[in-house]
Design a protein around this ligand. Structure first.
Ligand code: NAD
Length: 272
């Protein structure tokens, strides 16, 4: 049961304009994807200073190829196993009732789309896509192709020549002669301009922002709530611990998004 004053806050938001959700890695943790900084996260095993940028990955590929295979395998395997959880589904429920207008996500796991969210703004890209580093053309890279990539990498793990051949196959040259790479924003890279603009446009029209499962330390995404707040938007935060931007929240729910969001969605949609 959600407290009456919170429901009033949400209902006021609905009457005034649009509701938007900004999500981070925490919303997918109950789907089995560890947050990067959390326990069991990728950065416990791999140093982000090396593995979270393209030059670092290339240097590992050239010096310790089997290590790059382990990294790519660990990275994709956890994503391939994940399924949307009740928090993703609660956002879909609110969108279907016309309450929620969009989801702005920092996640690359495609789980909002898999759950059925119609309007998802992806600030950090999507692991199921590749993008030409030169002309920016994108192509989908579905589950089956990723599984085939992992299989080929496993077979060719100990031969640098075969490994390069495999990577050339799955991340080929584009017609423009650029090279395809994962459509993910690595550390230090610029966010996709169109997506960032779309996020600001959504916040311009938004009356209430759900801030879900984000530590609020990865910028520029972490700057979006303060932009919204300055425009008078109310913020409801759901996180299992206070974040770096909890001071902006009008209401902070401490707990699991997979329990709290469905309860909110149930309460606000029950008379609709
Ligand atoms: P973060 O890892 O910095 O913070 C996650 C936050 O979620 C933490 O505050 C944590 O306390 C909270 N949290 C964990 N489980 C929760 C739950 N069940 N319910 C509610 N809150 C929960 O995540 P961030 O702020 O999104 O920044 C990390 C960056 O790493 C992002 O840029 C994101 O792109 C990337 N990332 C993405 C994924 C993914 O796609 N699923 C996973 C890990 C990291």
């Amino acid at each position: 049961m959600i407290k009456n004053e919170v429901l009033t806050l949400i209902r006021k938001g609905i009457n005034k304009g649009k509701l938007v959700a900004l999500t981070g890695a925490g919303i997918s943790s109950e789907s089995g994807i560890p947050t990067f900084r959390g326990k069991g996260g990728l950065w416990e095993k791999y140093n982000p200073a090396i593995y979270a940028n393209i030059p670092g990955l290339i240097s590992v590929l050239l010096t310790r190829p089997e290590r790059i295979v382990n990294f790519i395998t660990d990275f994709y395997q956890v994503l391939l196993k994940a399924k949307p959880n009740p928090a993703h589904l609660a956002l879909v429920q609110m969108e279907k009732k016309g309450i929620l207008s969009s989801v702005i996500t920092q996640n690359i796991d495609n789980l909002h789309q898999e759950a059925g969210s119609g309007r998802v703004i992806e600030l950090h890209g999507n692991a199921y896509r590749i993008r030409c580093g030169r002309c920016e053309k994108t192509c989908n890279m579905g589950r089956e192709r990723i599984e085939a990539l992992l299989k080929d990498l496993g077979i060719n793990k100990f031969s640098r020549r075969h490994l390069l051949k495999t990577l050339n196959k799955y991340f080929p040259h584009c017609n423009c002669r650029g090279r395809f790479r994962p459509d993910i924003v690595f550390f230090g890279e610029i966010l996709p301009e169109d997506q960032l603009k779309a996020a600001y446009d959504e916040l311009d029209k938004c009356s209430l922002l759900f801030l879900i499962g984000t530590s609020g330390i990865v910028y520029p995404a972490a700057g979006l709530p303060s932009y919204a707040k300055e425009k008078g938007t109310k913020i409801i935060e759901i996180n299992n611990e206070p974040s770096a931007i909890s001071y902006l929240s009008d209401q902070l729910f401490l707990g699991r998004a997979g329990e709290i969001l469905p309860a909110i969605a149930e309460d606000v949609t029950k008379d609709m």
